[in-house]
Design a protein around this ligand. Structure first.
Ligand SMILES: *Cc1c(COP(=O)(O)O)cnc(C)c1O
Length: 378
């Protein structure tokens, strides 16, 4: 083992997708943006397709092109791009990558790319149903639809999808959910009156895929559930967290009572004790916010980070427990063997588990395990 590793179970990812697929007649778009939520873009995509996903979703065009370059040719949607990316847009159109369009500048960009490449752009029209993030504002929707109908008549675009995104899917029953669903249905109705009847209508993220069947339409877009993290803390949904983050203790030493530990001495040893050194720090994505709070497991027992998390390392006061340099420390995993979970780290750092796994840095090698054995490293 290297000094630290994030072990990723590919069978967990495939199993999670199969679980999501079994809950809906809709197709599954596995969202693998942000390096597969820190689990590895290509590995996560391949395992998702093996589990029954038929679409892939990413934020950036470059992520979609990386999938294509690796030979993954499943329908793929990229939804976040900017006006200066005309070259990437052309590459996307050439590679048959679907692009989200939410307004006039993005429609102009895809039609220009279509003219330049001689290939119609496959587009998903995004309606902002109440997140007020990206997508077309409802007042501007009819004008966008009219322009899309014109571009389609000119052979420049193929309107493949109409889509949106929830603000409160992780709070089942929240009134904004129903308002957004109604706005989505209205937007689909207006699209139909403009002659635009997409192949796929989609609005459901992981939380909606697992709790809101009426939001499934033709396609669901789970991300966090694919890697096995529950979109609604406290409810497991039969998902298996795919990542285990562990390191090797780099030093273990016995010290006296009254020693200040780590920068600023925010922890002081209460009595003679053993300090264990973990070679992971905030440069690796361990939240500095989790000083004196983050949980770990060493040789079967749970402890808490002692003092501040440093750039490359942190210290754990393990009392009279036995440990030696080279022993394994588990920061988080599925939780089946008593180890902390990514949710526990999120609680310790006042954030969400999405951030805990996606922020893991490039110094932490990802090691892939399928049927219980490591299969390759990256
Ligand atoms: C990230 C993202 C998803 C996946 O969300 P999860 O909560 O991880 O399931 C789906 N759709 C869009 C537009 C996203 O940005």
């Amino acid at each position: 083992m290297p000094h630290a590793e994030a072990e990723v179970s590919l069978s967990a990812i495939s199993g999670n997708v199969a679980r999501l697929k079994s809950a809906t007649p809709a197709e599954v778009m596995a969202v693998v943006k942000a390096d597969g939520y820190g689990h590895g873009l290509l590995e996560c995509a391949r395992a998702s397709l093996a589990g029954g996903a038929s679409w892939l979703g990413v934020a950036l065009i470059e992520e979609a092109l990386a999938l294509r370059a690796a030979g993954l040719d499943a329908p793929t949607l990229a939804w976040l791009w900017s006006p200066s990316e005309s070259e990437a847009v052309r590459a996307a159109v050439r590679a048959g990558v679907d692009l989200s369009v939410g307004g006039s500048w993005s429609l102009a960009a895809v039609t220009a790319a279509a003219r330049e490449t001689g290939k119609p752009a496959r587009i998903h029209l995004k309606i902002d149903t109440g997140l007020s993030r990206n997508g077309c504002y409802v007042d501007d929707w009819p004008e966008l639809l009219a322009a899309v109908a014109q571009a389609r008549a000119a052979g420049e675009v193929e309107p493949v999808g109409v889509w949106s995104h929830f603000a409160f899917a992780d709070a089942p029953g929240h009134p904004v959910i129903a308002r957004q669903l109604a706005a989505f249905r209205d937007a689909l109705g207006v699209a139909g009156r403009h002659g635009i009847t997409p192949q796929v209508r989609h609005i459901a993220n992981s939380a909606a895929a697992l709790t809101l069947p009426e939001a499934h339409f033709d396609l669901v877009r789970p991300g966090v559930a694919v890697v096995g993290l529950s979109p609604i803390p406290g409810q497991g949904f039969g998902l298996t967290p795919a990542m285990t983050l562990r390191a090797e203790l780099a030093q273990v030493k016995r010290v006296r009572a009254g020693e200040g530990v780590s920068y600023g001495h925010t922890h002081t040893t209460a009595r003679a004790t053993t300090l264990a050194l973990v070679p992971l720090g905030y440069a690796d994505g361990i939240p500095r916010h989790a000083g004196n709070r983050g949980p770990v497991m060493i040789n079967g027992a749970r402890f808490t980070v002692s003092g501040r998390v440093c750039m490359d390392q942190f210290v754990v006061d393990i009392g009279d427990h036995q440990a030696a340099p080279g022993d394994s420390v588990v920061l988080f995993g599925p939780g089946n063997d008593g180890e902390p979970t990514a949710q526990d780290w999120a609680d310790a750092a006042d954030t969400i588990h999405y951030e805990i796994v996606t922020r893991l840095g490039p110094r932490v090698p990802r090691v892939y395990r399928d049927q219980g054995e490591p299969c390759h490293r990256r």
